[in-house]
Design a protein around this ligand. Structure first.
Ligand code: ZN
Length: 497
């Protein structure tokens, strides 16, 4: 099929350009000398621009149109369907708007950093107003059925609707807020030992050991250090992760490593025939996050996992952990405590941080609140959901980079990922009754194979909703996550939840 081969060549070239830009960005975060920032920003912008022009070329459009009318094999037909969706979205947004958003984001990012340092929301406010305006313009260009936020959300979580997220979050909130209150009223488990001095080399070595054990493939990836941990993919055969080592917080590197490994296992687990096509990506940000959260929380904070790994960690840090028993350690890494900062939040309170952001984003893009109203709304909702009020803007509304980067509609995917992780894990436990025993032996092969079979290998060929339906776990719901939390924290804190 000549047209299909030519389309694959064009899409492959666009993909190469984009991945090359990703590689430059990886280098920027890991090894690039600080003085190179400006030149690197230009190089990345050039490559991204070329990738975008290549992808949105008329030839791609023509081939897609021809092929949509043809009888194709299942893989080719999925490729044409997914590429057509991306193509239609990319063409609907005028390039003037793409450039304006990029320019606004670059100015907003600089100002956001200064605003955060000086605790001055007013400095950032005009930039945020501009970003909201441009996002509304983008949503109008993309089009939507019900509300403007739908168009923005759809970029990150294809097929998901605002009303559905609102319904899921409402079901969560009604149980979660009292659950957090009940736990906060209990005595805190001891955890100070997690913050003693832990030598970096030992943390690194232990993290590498865990990565090998969970099956991260070092022949097709590597781990480095960066200020903010992330994972990035240059091809199915080159999926890299980074971690951050903190001398006085042994849990930080450990769980960030497991989190990024979860993302990377998804990317490494894709079928090789998806390589160099738009199908070789996670099907949605929520599904991607479900994989990182599954390894970080469901596996990495479970007792069976530590039955195997705790003695090894103790061997690395005998003076800090030698006298701490497994149960005390397990309770400490699962301590629940309302806090101001999302990225430091525990498993239980994390979703409340996300709900607050989702609600404020909707108010902004639906023009129901002005940017000036946000700080007061933020503080009031923190008080209502978590019972704490941030003392400064830096610890409140200025803490996240997402809005400064121009991304509105991204936040909900974190909580959707948490919900999906519980639903997926419940199905894995159902299909793998020996799972806890295997984990206690340090054997993750069955779980990894199961995830690869049901989720990873499909890339974007199956939507998140189709994957969940295929697992026979029902549509996405709050209940599986809530059930898991009741079971886990009820037993950890010795209370009925
Ligand atoms: Zn993640």
């Amino acid at each position: 099929m000549e047209a299909f081969r030519e389309l694959c060549d064009l899409l492959g070239q666009a993909d190469d350009l984009r991945r090359a830009a990703d590689l430059l960005e990886w280098d920027q975060e890991t090894y690039m000398p600080g003085g190179a920032t400006r030149a690197r920003a230009r190089q990345v912008a050039t490559l991204r621009g070329l990738a975008h022009d290549h992808f949105t070329s008329e030839r791609v459009g023509r081939f897609l149109e021809v092929l949509r009318g043809e009888e194709l094999n299942p893989l080719a037909s999925d490729l044409v369907r997914v590429a057509s969706r991306d193509y239609a979205r990319a063409c609907r947004i005028p390039s003037r708007l793409v450039q304006e958003l990029a320019a606004a984001a670059s100015r907003a990012k600089d100002t956001w950093q200064r605003a955060r340092q000086t605790n001055d929301f007013n400095l950032f406010a005009p930039h945020l107003e501009r970003i909201v305006d441009l996002n509304i313009e983008k949503a109008e260009a993309l089009g939507y059925d019900v509300c403007c936020y739908d168009a923005l959300l759809d970029e990150f979580e294809p097929g998901m609707r605002t009303a559905e997220v609102a319904r899921l979050f409402a079901a969560l909130k009604v149980e979660l807020v009292p659950m957090v209150r009940a736990i906060t009223a209990c005595e805190s488990p001891p955890y100070a030992f997690l913050h003693e001095q832990y030598e970096r080399a030992g943390q690194w070595e232990f993290g590498m050991h865990v990565l090998r054990a969970v099956g991260y493939d070092f022949m097709r990836g590597r781990q480095d250090e960066s200020a903010h941990p992330f994972s990035t993919t240059f091809s199915i055969s080159d999926v890299r992760i980074t971690t951050r080592l903190s001398e006085h917080n042994v849990a930080s590197a450990l769980f960030s490593t497991l989190h990024e490994a979860g993302h990377a296992l998804y990317e490494q687990g894709m079928d090789l025939d998806l390589e160099n096509t738009p199908l070789a990506e996670g099907t949605s940000l929520g599904m991607h996050e479900s994989q990182s959260r599954l390894w970080e929380n469901q596996v990495g904070r479970s007792r069976p996992f530590w039955v195997h790994f705790y003695p090894i960690l103790q061997e690395h840090f005998p003076s800090q952990l030698g006298a701490i028993d497994l149960d005390t350690f397990h309770r400490a890494i699962n301590r629940v405590a309302p806090s101001f900062i999302r990225v430091e939040a525990d498993e239980l309170t994390y979703n409340l941080h996300i709900m607050l952001r989702f609600e404020l984003e909707q108010l902004m893009v639906e023009r129901k609140a002005s940017v000036g109203d946000l700080p007061a709304l933020w503080d009031a909702r923190m008080e209502e959901y978590l019972g704490v009020c941030p003392p400064t803007a830096a610890q409140g509304i200025l803490q996240d980079i997402h809005w400064a980067l121009g991304a509105i509609g991204y936040f909900p995917t974190y909580a959707l990922g948490n919900l999906m992780s519980a639903q997926v894990y419940a199905c894995a436990r159902r299909d793998l009754p020996q799972l806890d025993r295997c984990m206690a032996d340090g054997d993750f092969a069955d779980l990894r194979t199961w995830l690869r079979l049901h989720i990873h290998r499909h890339g974007r060929r199956r939507s998140a909703a189709a994957i969940l339906a295929g697992l026979d776990g029902g549509a996405l719901a709050a209940e599986p996550w809530l059930a898991l939390m009741r079971e886990k924290y009820g037993s950890l804190y010795g209370i009925q939840l």
